[in-house]
Design a protein around this ligand. Structure first.
Ligand SMILES: NC(=O)c1ccc[n+]([C@@H]2O[C@H](COP(=O)([O-])OP(=O)(O)OC[C@H]3O[C@@H](n4cnc5c(N)ncnc54)[C@H](O)[C@@H]3O)[C@@H](O)[C@H]2O)c1
Length: 358
């Protein structure tokens, strides 16, 4: 099977590295609007590329495209791939407007084509461990979650930090964590309230911080706190070495606390920690016992965090065998709906009430 990687930047390169390890893949072609990026792909990986999308998509050997371009290009690249009959994996955030995301999902459904969104945290060994605990009933019903994410990424001239190309920070930087929360709680969100303070980062026209609260139909409440500005400036490749000694203790944080009716869990990516607590009873007090304390070797960091490797292998395998996506695109769309609702609440100061999905 031949694969086209549409967007030859950082993420495009990461995907090409993974694709080269897939036995099903017989060829890879890159597409980008920037000639330099195509040349870079040829030099790094020895693969051919083009700045003409029609040429890439007209090749009948290409069965699957990975949309790895900047956010504002996702809609066009995904729709043109689907209209050419290709299976599609599209990076998060799906699109820069909810209407565009919906059009993409509806097109894939109408054409009955494979369409998966790049929420690779669902392949992370860390976050799937939490899901296993929940599915085994060890936490009971999850009623509270809190995510604290602080990330130093304050580049000048970054497309991510513009409304036109990046969309908004919530979709670009927080969609993974909203998606995990939905996955773990397994209920529909009914209300969202979010607030941001004035930016500290001067080089971004999008928000550099959020405090967002979600209320679920089950009664659960989740909170996400994000600061783009506080950790020490990070100069590495966030996907290649996301947890290094450089980042440990320098202000980068990605912590979750989940509280259920029977127990609790805590994850900390930068300190390589997963904990589980179990609630009980004694004559005097409701007890909580620390029953699991897991860690991992630094060589495993990628698999415990942004596990794009296993996501890519799984998508290729599914398309080769004619299987559906691991998570339907309509489910990923629900996550995008929550991201756009948080952005709307931040900008209007109002609670956003969400109707049941149709
Ligand atoms: N899943 C994750 O954890 C994760 C991590 C990093 C990036 N991403 C996503 O991957 C995508 C790319 O991010 P990146 O870090 O590789 O950015 P990047 O800046 O390194 O690369 C973006 C590429 O898109 C190209 N591009 C811009 N407009 C285009 C168009 N209209 N058609 C084709 N190509 C176009 C640029 O020339 C550039 O080569 C983004 O959507 C980002 O959110 C996801």
């Amino acid at each position: 099977m031949k694969i086209a990687v549409l967007g030859a930047g950082g993420m495009g390169g990461t995907v090409v590295q993974h694709l080269r390890e897939c036995p099903e893949v017989t060829g890879i072609v890159a597409y980008d609007i920037d000639e330099e990026r195509i040349r870079g792909m040829r030099e790094r990986f020895g693969i051919n590329g083009s700045t003409r999308l029609a040429e890439v998509l007209s090749d009948p050997a290409v069965k699957l495209t990975f949309v790895t371009a900047a956010n504002h290009a996702h809609k066009e690249l995904a729709l043109r791939s689907l209209e050419a009959g290709k299976a599609v994996m599209c990076e998060k955030p799906m699109a820069n407007t909810l209407a565009d995301a919906r059009e993409m999902v509806e097109t894939a459904e109408r054409l009955r084509l494979f369409f998966q969104i790049g929420f690779e945290a669902r392949y992370s060994k860390l976050y799937t461990k939490v899901k296993e605990w929940i599915d085994a009933g060890l936490l009971g019903q999850v009623v509270n979650t809190h995510c604290l994410y602080t990330s130093g990424a304050c580049e000048k001239n970054a497309w991510r930090n513009t409304k036109r190309e990046g969309g908004n920070t919530f979709g670009e930087r927080l969609s993974h964590y909203v998606d995990l929360t939905r996955w773990w709680i397994g209920a529909r969100v009914t209300e969202v309230f979010s607030a941001s303070s004035p930016n500290v980062v001067p080089y971004t026209e999008v928000h550099d911080n959020y405090h967002a609260t979600y209320r679920f139909e089950s009664g659960a409440v989740s909170h996400v706190t994000f600061y783009m500005n506080y950790p020490a400036t990070f100069r590495g490749d966030p996907l290649a070495d996301n947890i290094t000694d450089l980042q440990l203790g320098d202000g980068h944080k990605l912590r979750f606390i989940l509280v259920g009716t029977k127990g609790a869990a805590e994850t900390d990516v930068f300190y390589r920690r997963i904990k589980r607590l179990q609630f009980g009873d004694s004559p005097e007090v409701m007890t909580s016992d620390w029953v699991e304390n897991l860690t991992w070797d630094r060589k495993e960091d990628h698999f415990y965090y942004h596990n794009t490797t296993h996501q890519t292998y799984d998508i290729v395998r599914r398309v080769a065998k004619g299987l559906p996506p691991m998570t339907p695109a309509r489910d990923a769309y629900e996550t995008m709906r929550l991201c756009f609702a948080a952005e709307e609440s931040t900008n209007t100061g109002q609670i956003v009430r969400l109707a049941a999905p149709d």
